[in-house]
Design a protein around this ligand. Structure first.
Ligand code: CTP
Length: 447
């Protein structure tokens, strides 16, 4: 938790001197908004608060008035002449709704304006940050997911939710992100200014590259990380995969407009905002999770390093040294990618595999592409220490079913992810046979 005592205002903080409007809606986590307000002030921003009726049932206006030294707005009817709903939105440099309930997201997606916060949100043209918080079932409901996708498409920045403890002893995705995370999202929205820009408008100078939305409406299922196969309650067979490549793909696909589901082996990495994440441990669990989500996927990217074998009979209690050296009998795990390749009908979904190779890298990759029935295979040479496992960079060759190859020289994993998605977009645009290679092996790029 941040130190909330008096702190010097850092003049170079992008929040310094900016006005941030904080909408607080009705969720148990509304109390955290008081901390966010404090953090905003410490960063030099002026925070104003709009409290909805639901929000006020969880935390009192007096708390925010004490923190900000200004009146907290609650009703449209409080200040008709001053047109609060327009004035507050116009004056703000950024609006953050923290927490944002499913109902608030639905109202905003539908353009409804029946209270001060929703009217203000409709009138505001500045960057908008939304921090959803609700029970897992509500978050995962297609209506909420649709609303979130729509809001993101319109340029809102969605932060969270986290996966963790919820109200009444429940746990799962739906937990409000911590105030520090929301603060970072507000800062990022202010700096880029891009969240409210339409997609075809280039971002302002200094705001980074304009976002491509060439995966808009595409449902992308990504696996990431390694699996762990239990030997006994404390030991497992695993591999060095960190999940970074898969998480980079998830964030990149999300930014290009895709609805992303991420099935992750054990990983310390933070879920990219707006990505629906399911955690698994073993290859069998990953197999089940992939099959469960397969029907709703247009593209499957298997970046996970799945353990090929598992102990036949994991010990139920810890193996002790004095019992002698154990012999661990292994059995093969299902090859998920090969199974998908064999079972799909026609060319759907588009299948992208990864291959970590150390010898005869490309020839091995080509054989694997064939064997697994994938459309694209991203081959990386993991024999060096600047590419592959546990590092932020990668160097790959993207092979495809039509015989083409695209080399991606050493680059950070986000850049590699973008190049892989370029191939996905090209392949989908070209239809079932994929892009055609000419005599020189150059692929025609339909974009
Ligand atoms: N894969 C999978 N299920 C497995 C093993 C691998 O879905 N049980 C997928 C990986 O997610 C990756 C691709 O297959 O997309 C290739 O993984 P890799 O480990 O390189 O290939 P293997 O089939 O394990 O071949 P080998 O280890 O013999 O090189």
């Amino acid at each position: 938790m941040a130190d909330l005592g008096a702190a010097p205002v850092p003049a170079d903080d992008p929040l310094a001197g900016r006005r941030v409007l904080v909408g607080v809606t009705g969720g148990i986590a509304a109390y955290k908004a008081a901390i966010l307000v404090r953090l905003l002030q410490h960063a030099g921003a002026q925070a104003d608060v709009i409290l909805t009726r639901g929000g006020a049932r969880f935390v009192g206006a007096a708390t925010f008035e004490g923190l900000t030294g200004r009146a907290v707005r609650q009703e449209v009817w409080e200040d008709i002449a001053g047109e609060s709903h327009v004035a507050l939105g116009r004056r703000a440099d950024t609006v953050v709704v923290y927490p944002a309930t499913a109902h608030t997201l639905a109202k905003l997606a539908g353009g409804l304006a029946d209270d001060l916060l929703s009217t203000t949100l409709l009138a505001a043209t500045c960057p908008l940050v939304l921090a959803p918080a609700m029970h897992t079932e509500m978050w995962e409901h297609p209506a909420t997911q649709h609303n979130v996708a729509l809001l993101r498409e319109r340029g809102a920045s969605i932060v969270g939710p986290d996966d963790g403890p919820l109200m009444a002893g429940d746990a799962g995705p739906g937990r409000l992100v911590e105030p520090e995370v929301a603060l970072d999202a507000v800062r990022a929205a202010l700096v880029s200014g891009s969240p409210r820009l339409p997609d075809d408008v280039p971002a302002p100078v200094g705001a980074g590259p304009a976002r491509r939305r060439d995966l808009l409406g595409t449902r992308v299922l990504i696996t990431a990380g390694g699996t762990r196969e239990p030997i006994d309650p404390v030991r497992y067979l695993g591999n060095r995969s960190s999940g970074r490549m898969g998480f980079a793909l998830a964030a990149a696909a999300r930014d290009r407009g895709a609805e992303v589901t991420l099935i992750a082996g054990p990983s310390e990495l933070t879920t990219p905002d707006g990505v629906l994440r399911y955690d698994v441990t073993t290859a069998l669990e990953m197999h089940t999770a992939v099959l469960e989500h397969l029907a709703a996927a247009d593209v499957v990217i298997k970046a996970a390093a799945v353990a090929d074998f598992r102990p036949v009979a994991p010990a139920s209690s810890k193996l002790k040294k004095d019992q002698g050296v154990p012999t661990i009998e292994l059995t093969p795990n299902p090859d998920i990618l090969a199974e998908l390749g064999a079972a799909r009908s026609g060319s759907d979904p588009l299948l992208v595999g990864f291959a970590a190779e150390t010898d005869e890298v490309e020839a091995g990759g080509r054989a694997k592409l064939q064997r697994k029935g994938a459309d694209l295979l991203v081959v990386n040479d993991v024999s060096g220490d600047d590419a592959g496992f546990e590092v932020d960079t990668n160097r790959v060759v993207i092979l495809d079913r039509a015989g083409g190859r695209v080399e991606v020289p050493l680059a950070d994993k986000r850049t590699v992810a973008e190049r892989v998605l370029d191939r996905v977009v090209a392949w989908r645009a070209a239809g079932p046979t994929g892009p055609v290679a000419d005599a020189a092996g150059t692929l025609t790029e339909p974009r």
